[in-house]
Design a protein around this ligand. Structure first.
Ligand code: GUN
Length: 284
């Protein structure tokens, strides 16, 4: 039977630490600010953005929300980013993805000042992550690493399999596991023998975007199973990429959805925003 990795509890610990540091900064007259930009009416994005704003309140940051219409042009969004780049009250800028089709996401990401890019999506930050010399880690993969650390399982020398190759999760996830000396395989929609490869993983990270994609035959007995998925099932209920109930007995450790990776992503965003404020103010 698996041990549940409690993302809610672990994220609360991270946020408590951030809150403590933010309070110390406040005593020095430094207010930490995060700008959150949402474009259009994506209901999932709305939930994520609300959660990010709520987390800012919890840790004592000021959040600035910019909710733009679905019809916003790329030029208008770039002008807002430019304004936020110059705004001293704003330490971090988060533009919630996906963006409507008329806007090129890369153009927007590239426009965010790397030192305010608390998502770590800017190519300069991606390069720093690749090299292993970084200020910000991408929030979801960094959160996953915290969850793995909490199990006490050492990544060094382990077979690690990541399902999914997105720029936001799959690719940086593989890099962070590699930094910890894991032997890393990235699987994706064209992978042959995907189930067999997954079944050899000591640590399996699923970031596919398909409900119940990972079934018990795909996991090794005792494996650490991390579910990054955020899907809705037939009843509209939130569920991950892993068939949780079916895999529970075989996995060694497993993350629930909700209450696993999701809260960690937000906690790591708070940590990155704090880091941005500290760097700006030359505080170690
Ligand atoms: N959309 C889904 N995940 C993320 C994230 O971590 N950051 C941003 N900006 N958009 C997202």
């Amino acid at each position: 039977m698996a041990q549940i990795i409690d993302g809610k509890a672990i994220s609360a610990k991270v946020k408590a630490q951030v809150r403590e540091e933010a309070a110390l900064l406040k005593k020095q007259g430094i207010e930490v600010g995060l700008a959150v930009v949402i474009v259009g009416n994506n209901s999932a994005s709305r939930v994520y953005v609300n959660n990010k704003k709520k987390a800012c309140e919890e840790v004592g940051f000021t959040s600035y929300e910019y909710a733009l219409s679905e019809e916003t042009t790329q030029q208008e969004l770039l002008e807002l980013v430019e304004k936020l780049n110059k705004d001293d009250k704003v330490n971090g800028i988060l533009v919630q993805l996906p963006l409507p089709n008329q806007i090129n996401e890369n153009a927007v990401i590239n426009a965010i000042l790397p030192e305010k890019d608390v998502d770590a999506f800017h190519p300069e930050n991606v390069g720093h992550i690749m090299i292993g010399d970084f200020n910000f880690l991408p929030c979801t993969p960094a959160g996953v690493m915290e969850l793995i650390a909490e199990t006490g399982v050492d990544v060094c020398g382990k077979n690690c399999v990541v399902i999914g190759r997105s720029n936001i999760v799959g690719k940086p996830m593989a890099m962070l596991l590699l930094h910890k000396n894991g032997t890393v395989t990235i699987c994706h929609s064209r992978t042959k023998n995907l189930a067999e490869i997954c079944s050899k993983a000591d640590i399996l990270v699923a970031a596919v975007g398909k409900a119940k994609f990972v079934t018990p035959d795909m996991i090794k007995e005792g494996a650490v199973v991390i579910d990054v998925g955020m899907n809705r099932n037939e009843d509209g209920k939130l569920c991950g990429d892993v068939d949780y109930a079916a895999c529970f007995d075989k996995a060694g450790y497993i993350t629930p959805v909700p209450g696993g990776v999701g809260p960690m992503t937000i906690a790591m965003l708070m940590k990155n925003t704090l880091t941005a404020a500290k760097i700006k103010n030359n505080i170690q």
